[in-house]
Each structure stands twice: as C-alpha cells, then as structure tokens.
Design a protein around this ligand. Structure first.
Ligand code: PMP
Length: 315
C-alpha cells in the first residue's frame, strides 16, 4: 500500500496521509515534545481477521505519557481503541500491521515549554512484518551511551525526544557490527535495549529489570511474564541486573511490540549459552505467537478483532 494514499486519523477526522501534514515550526518537531505508542495487529489468514494486541494497555500507557508532558488525549481509552479498529478497517488491511498513535505539542512558534501549548493527536497505521530477521538471534553489545534517567527524561513515559537516546545507542551498535544495543543506567545497571525490554534465564528462574531501572514498562514484557508463569510454570523475578550477569546467563531474550520475543545469541562477543535459541526463549516466543494470532483461547482477551464488529462497510 502507498503511504500517501493510506488513511490516517488526525485533527479529529479520518483523512488521507498526504492531506494531514503539519507545519515546519511545529513544537514537537523542534523540542521532542510528543509521546507515542506502537501497537501491533496480526493477520489471522484462516479467520480473515486482524487482531490488535493489547490496544487498551497501549492507550492507558499513552495517557500516562501524555499527562507527564502536560497533555490530554482527546478521547478516552475505549474511544481510542474503537478509532484504531476503524482506522485499520478503513485501510482494508489483510496483513500484519503497526499502528502509531502520537500526541505532540502543536504550537508553531518559538519557545520551549509545556504548559498552555496546544496538542495535536494522530493515528497512523502501516503494514509491518518483522523488525529483525533474527532466526539466528541478536548479536548485542553494551552501549557506551547510558539510558536516560528518570531525573532527566522519564523513561517510563514513551516520549518522542527520548528516542534520541535509543537512536544513538542503536546506531553505534549497528556501525560496530552488532544488531542491537543494551543500555545501562547512569549508575551502571542493566536498563533495556533501544526499543526492547530484557529478560535473562538462569537455572529455573527468569529475571527482568524492575521498573525502577529507567525502563519503559513494556506491554510485551507483561505478556512474556504472564506466559512464563502460566504456560511454563517458571518463577519470574523483577530486580536490578548487573552487566556481568549477562555473560553468565543460560539464555537472554528481548521483548517489544515490534520485535515480539527474540533471543539474544551473544553479548559483547560472548555467546549466550551455546549461542543457539534456548528452550525458554523458544517456548515463550511460540506461546506469544499463538496468543497474538488468536490461536490460544486463554489469551483471546489480549486481542481486539478489526473486522468482527466493524461499523463501516469493508469491500
Ligand atoms: N523499551 C523501549 C525503550 C521501547 O521503545 C519499547 C518499545 N515500545 C519497549 C521497551 C517495549 O515495550 P512494548 O513491549 O510495550 O512495545
């Protein structure tokens, strides 16, 4: 599908992407004063249904991000979920998609501040498959860039400006021949990947960094913790993780809306385990895939169907 012709939701109405432009002096562009979400939709071909994953959780997180930036979403969570379904239906998607809600400071003037600056809200949806071609696993490094601290820009809010931190780390990693970067917090503990949360398996326990470590509390992170406990019967512990623990882990995997559940094959040139995908990462990745394609009845409540309750004609 051509992006120019795709349907977006902006300024309170559905419009063509090309008809929903913003001005060059827009506050959010200059000062990074926006926040956003990423929501996946998975196309279940046999059911001819597009399942949106944890739509409400994403909009609830967006509401908190927006509040942090003194913004207010123009709709409540249920309305936003309905708009997202309608957006996907209007685009007639029959493939996997990524939906990008964004709210940003829309003033077109000079002056950095938050209070009293008007907001604009938009929903954009694009076809989207794999973020990584990573059957071989990700080769990651610990970044020389440190994760932004809550005292500077809160990482728990998904703020557009903070993605400079992710972009610096990710580019450094890629330019040095790695797939992805792991960022440490300013005090040297493991935080997260550029756009993923991190899990480490040691024995029969799964560890993941706790929310005080300057992480975005991922929706997929919650899914992985649920699947680990309910489907694998494993103990999941949220705690501070040291860099050197990465080197001795049996398995490491990362989670995120874009990456799903993807295993890490090496950290700083040291193989994780024997470098192959381990049984825990495999089982969680497979359980996650079953759930998001609507094949696991126990997790159908994670999903919002696009075409089942559509309110507009789709042809
Ligand atoms: N951390 C960061 C910095 C991210 O950008 C993302 C992607 N949104 C995640 C973690 C994973 O969060 P989620 O599972 O909600 O996509």
């Amino acid at each position: 599908m051509n992006l120019s012709d795709s349907i977006v939701y902006a300024q309170g109405k559905f419009a063509k992407y090309d008809d929903a432009r913003i001005g060059l002096l827009t506050h959010g562009l200059h000062y990074g004063t926006g926040c956003f979400e990423g929501i996946r939709g998975y196309w279940a071909a046999s059911e001819r249904e597009l399942y949106l994953v944890h739509v409400r959780a994403h909009f609830e997180r967006l509401a908190v991000s927006a509040k942090t930036l003194l913004m207010k979403l123009p709709h409540d969570t249920d309305e936003l979920a309905e708009l997202t379904v309608e957006l996907c239906a209007r685009n007639h998607f029959e493939e996997n998609v990524y939906v990008r809600p964004v709210i940003f400071k829309a003033a077109e003037d000079i002056g950095v501040r938050l209070a009293g600056v008007p907001d604009a809200f938009a929903l954009i949806a694009v076809p989207f498959n794999r973020y990584y071609d990573a059957d071989a696993g990700l080769r990651v490094c610990v970044s020389s860039w440190r994760r932004i601290d809550d005292a500077s820009i809160p990482a728990r809010a998904k703020i557009t400006g903070s993605y400079v931190n992710s972009a610096l780390a990710k580019s450094e990693a890629q330019m040095n021949g790695f797939d992805e970067a792991i960022l440490l917090s300013a005090d040297g503990h493991v935080a997260e990947g550029s756009a993923e949360n991190l899990f480490l398996v040691k024995g029969n326990v799964i560890y993941t960094t706790d929310p005080s470590q300057n992480i975005l509390e991922g929706v997929t992170r919650n899914c992985a913790m649920t699947l680990a406990r309910e489907r694998l019967g494993l103990t999941v512990v949220e705690r501070m993780i040291d860099r050197s623990e990465l080197y001795g882990a049996d398995e490491i995997f990362v989670t995120g809306t874009a990456v799903g559940v993807t295993h890490v094959s090496s950290v700083d040139h040291r193989d994780v385990g024997d470098g192959a995908r381990g049984p825990v990462a495999r089982a969680i990745a497979e359980a996650y895939e079953q759930a998001v394609y609507g094949r696991d009845a126990a997790y159908r409540n994670w999903l919002t169907p696009t075409y089942a309750d559509q309110k507009i004609a789709v042809g």
